[in-house]
Write a protein that binds this ligand. Structure first.
Ligand SMILES: Nc1ncnc2c1ncn2[C@@H]1O[C@H](COP(=O)(O)OP(=O)(O)OP(=O)(O)O)[C@@H](O)[C@H]1O
Ligand SMILES: [Mg+2]
Length: 243
């Protein structure tokens, strides 16, 4: 199927701090990839560059074969890249469906069409709070689904999920794993940042470990779980023994 996004020797410096250090890699179209690593490893920074929130200090990014290193976020959204934020930022006073409509307005100016699409997303994503619940009154798991739904409403081809499972209990995490699988089945490529190793290993076909801004290793969950560098720097002996 080929790659949907490719990063070539991408680095990001904030003053003297190297947040991402010479990262190269690509994401296969239609795949679901896990991006893991300790706090401060540079995962969100990598998402910010992939979505063109800011450009890399050096290196190049190609999306669907086009150099987007200096593109704008709205251009990327229009070309089919959507992301969620580690700290959720819903429009709190607006209802769930109205939040989805904001995403739908990327492709239509017609209110009725946007509402119809937003209601379809509500049904698709399996929320239980009610369409007209104000966003700031939803539970943690529904808040996460709301984030995902808002991104889906923009009709993405590549969806970047930044810790959507954080703060959820094991049952809720399972629900979100199913949501991700359902999204992948619709042909959308996913990159998922997550600290719960077991969950990410279950969900993803490929895992990339970031450590101090650089790629430590990548491969199938099994390959990564047995990689001595990954075990000593991040996963730990306990995880390895539990596999
Ligand atoms: N806008 C910024 N200005 C200055 N430093 C930043 C900025 N954004 C990130 N950093 C720093 O870059 C490094 C990588 O941060 P980043 O948020 O990408 O890590 P992360 O892997 O997402 O961590 P976490 O798992 O805690 O979310 C950290 O040291 C962070 O403090
Ligand atoms: Mg982060």
């Amino acid at each position: 199927m080929g790659e949907i996004i490719r990063l070539e020797h991408v680095s990001k410096k904030f003053g003297g701090l190297v947040a991402v250090d010479d990262f190269s890699g690509e994401i296969e179209t239609g795949s679901i990839v896990g991006l893991i690593g300790p706090n401060g490893a540079g995962k969100t920074t990598l998402f910010n560059m992939m979505s063109c929130t800011y450009p890399p200090t050096s290196g190049k990014i190609f999306y669907k074969g086009v150099d987007v290193t200096k593109a704008r976020t709205d251009t990327m959204a229009a070309r089919g890249l959507a992301r969620t934020f580690q700290v959720t930022k819903p429009f709190g006073d607006m209802t769930v469906v109205e939040n989805f409509m904001v995403g739908a307005f990327l492709h239509t100016k017609d209110r009725a069409t946007a509402r119809k699409q937003a209601e379809e997303i509500y049904d698709y994503i399996g929320m239980s709070c009610g369409r007209d619940k104000p966003a700031n009154e939803t539970t943690t798991v529904d808040r996460k689904k709301l984030e995902i739904g808002r991104a889906l409403a923009t009709k993405p081809e590549l969806l970047l999920l930044d810790e959507v499972m954080a703060g959820c209990n094991p049952q809720e995490k399972l629900e979100l794993v199913e949501t991700c699988r359902k999204i992948q089945k619709c042909g959308i490529t996913l990159v998922v940042i997550e600290h719960d190793i077991k969950t990410i290993m279950t969900l993803c076909e490929k895992i990339v470990i970031l450590h101090r801004g650089a790629k430590l290793t990548e491969g199938t969950p099994e390959q990564v779980a047995n990689d001595p560098r990954a075990i000593s720097a991040y996963l730990g002996e306990d995880y390895h023994a539990g596999c």
